[in-house]
Design a protein around this ligand. Sequence first.
Ligand SMILES: [Zn+2]
Length: 300
Amino acid sequence: MPELPEVETIRRQLAPHVHGRTIVDARILDQRWTRPDPPGPVEAVLRGAVVEGLERAGKYLVWVLSGDRYLLQHLRMTGTLLYDPPAPPAHTRVLLEFDDGHRLVYVDPRRFGTGHLVHGESGRDDYLSARIGIEPLTPEFTAEHLRRLARGRTAPVKAFLLDQRRIAGVGNIYADEALFRARIHPLRPAGRLTAGDWARVRDGIEEALSAGIEAKGASIDDFRHVDGARGSFQDLFLVHRRAGRPCPRCGTTIRKIVVGGRGTYVCERCQPRPRAIGRASRAAVPEGQAAGPPPRSTRT
Ligand SMILES: [Zn+2]
C-alpha cells in the first residue's frame, strides 16, 4: 500500500503537469470509487473544473479545484495514477483529460481506492479530521505530542504508529524502518515509552519518511511513478523484508515477527524485546546465568 512517501512522490511528479489545467473530460468507470455518492454528479463537477493545486494529507492526495471543491483521493492497496500511459491499461477505473490534451488514468486492480468530492475548506477538514491524525514532517509533530497521544495505551507501539487516526501516513514499511532507527522494539506497549523514547521515535519516523521521499518511494508491490517507473527505497530498507539477513548496525540476524497481524521486521539486539513479553524460557532465567541455547521452536 502506498504510504506517505509514495503519495508525496506522486504529488510532486503530477503537480507540475496538472496545476492550472482545466479538466475537459472525466469518466468514472467504477461505481465503487465514489461510494456512497453516485459517480455521475462527481463527473459533472470535475468536467470544466480548474486544478488550482495538488496537495497531500497523510496518504490522501488532495485535489484543489475551482468552485471551492476538493477531490480527496486515496489509493488504498493497489491504486496507481499514470500520466499519458502509452496504451489503455487493464483495471482502469477513472480517466481525466486536460485542456492541453494530456490524460491521467487511475488504475486499481483490487478496487479499494476511493475518490470523494467535498465542498469548501470545512468539508475538506471535516472529512480528513474524521480519518487521519497528526501529520509528520510538520512543526506540530513533536515527541511530546506523541507521548500525549499514547498515554495509557497498552497496544504495541508499532500498532499505535499504524493507526491513521492518530498519526497520518505511516504504514507497515515506514513503521518498521522508524522503530529500527529509534532502537525501539515494535512490541513495546505504546503507553510505556519514555519521553526520550518518543524523541527517538519521532526522529526515526521523520528520517524514514524523508529517506523514502528522497528515494521516490518503495516499489515492493504495485506502487509506480506517474510515468510507470519504480521507486528505489526498497533497495535502502534497513530491516523491512530483510529477515535472515544481518542487521546493518550490529550484524545480528533480522527476525520477522507478527505485530497486530502485520509482518514486522526487527533486530532484537538493537531493539531489545520488552521483558514482560520475552520468551518464557528466558524470563525464568535470571540475567547473566547460563541458560543454554534459546529454544529453536520459538524462532519461526
Ligand atoms: Zn542490530
